[in-house]
Design a protein. Structure first.
Length: 253
C-alpha cells in the first residue's frame, strides 16, 4: 500500500526543489552594493577595442569595464557612481569607462530590447550618443522591468537622434546578436549578476572583478590599486570633488 505513494511524493519533492532553484536564480540576478572579491586574477574577457562604448580616453591605460542591465536598480545607482569616478579621473586620461550590455532576460524581459536601443543610439552618434541614451533611460526607468518600451524612441528624440532612423535600426534587430554575444562574454568572464565590473590594464589578461553597485570610495580604492601597478599611476589627480554616492534601492524582491 505504501509503495503507491512513493512516486507521487518523489515528484512533488522534485518539483519543489526545481521551483526553489528557479526562485533563487531569479532573485540573484541583480546585486546589492558591497559584494566583491576584489582580487586580481586571470579572467576570460574580450579586449577593449574601438567597437566598445567608451567614456573617457579610448587609450587610457586602465579600463573599468561594466557589464550591466538597463533594468537593474543597482546598475542605475552605479551609473551615477561611475560618472563621479570619471569626473575625478577622466581629465587625467588614465582611466576610461567601458559599458557592455548584460541584459538578464530571465528577470527583466525588456532589458535585451533596451540594450539594442542603446546600440542603435551608438549607431548614429558613437559613444557620446550611447552614454547620453543610457543616462536618459536610467533617469526615467523605475527599474525592475518597469519601463514602457514605447519610451525608447522618445528617449532617442530627447537626446537628439533621428527617430525614424532609430526605429528602423531597432525594428530590424540589427544589434540583437551583438547584445547576446556581450551577455555570453559576461558569463564567460564570471558574471553571475549585475552590475559586474572588471578593472584592468589595457592589454592585460588580468582584471580585478567587482560585483554589485560598489560605492564611490570602494571604486576609488580599487582603481588606485590598479593604477599603482603602472608607471606614473599614483600621480592621478582629481579634477573635481564628486558629490556623495546616492543611496541604493532596497534589494530586489
Amino acid at each position: 500500500m505504501k509503495s503507491q505513494y512513493i512516486l507521487p511524493i518523489t515528484i512533488v519533492v522534485a518539483g519543489l526543489l526545481i521551483a526553489g532553484a528557479v526562485f533563487w536564480v531569479g532573485k540573484s540576478g541583480t546585486i546589492a552594493p558591497n559584494t566583491t572579491n576584489g582580487q586580481q586574477q586571470n579572467i576570460t574577457f574580450p579586449p577593449v577595442t574601438s567597437a566598445d562604448h567608451i567614456l573617457g580616453n579610448p587609450n587610457a591605460p586602465v579600463k573599468v569595464i561594466e557589464y550591466a542591465d538597463l533594468e537593474c536598480p543597482y546598475c542605475k545607482v552605479f551609473e551615477t557612481t561611475m560618472h563621479q569616478v570619471m569626473d575625478y579621473y577622466g581629465q587625467s586620461g588614465r582611466v576610461a569607462w567601458v559599458y557592455r550590455p548584460f541584459p538578464l532576460a530571465q528577470i527583466h524581459s525588456k532589458a535585451p530590447q533596451e540594450a539594442e536601443a542603446a546600440e542603435c543610439a551608438a549607431d548614429q552618434g558613437g559613444s557620446t550618443a550611447f552614454f547620453n541614451y543610457i543616462d536618459k533611460l536610467y533617469a526615467i526607468t523605475p527599474s525592475e522591468n518597469g519601463l514602457d518600451l514605447a519610451q525608447l524612441p522618445v528617449i532617442a528624440g530627447d537626446v537628439g537622434l533621428n527617430v525614424t532612423q532609430f526605429n528602423t535600426c531597432l525594428s530590424s534587430g540589427k544589434y540583437a546578436s551583438k547584445v547576446q554575444q556581450s551577455y555570453n562574454d559576461a558569463i564567460a568572464a564570471g558574471g553571475t549578476g549585475t552590475p559586474y565590473i572588471l578593472i584592468t590594464v589595457q592589454g592585460s589578461k588580468d582584471a580585478v572583478p567587482l560585483e554589485g553597485a560598489q560605492p564611490y570610495d570602494s571604486m576609488r580604492a580599487a582603481i588606485d590599486a590598479v593604477l599603482s601597478t603602472i608607471p606614473g599611476g599614483s600621480a592621478t589627480t582629481a579634477s573635481s570633488t564628486p558629490a556623495a554616492t546616492p543611496t541604493a534601492p532596497a534589494a530586489t524582491q
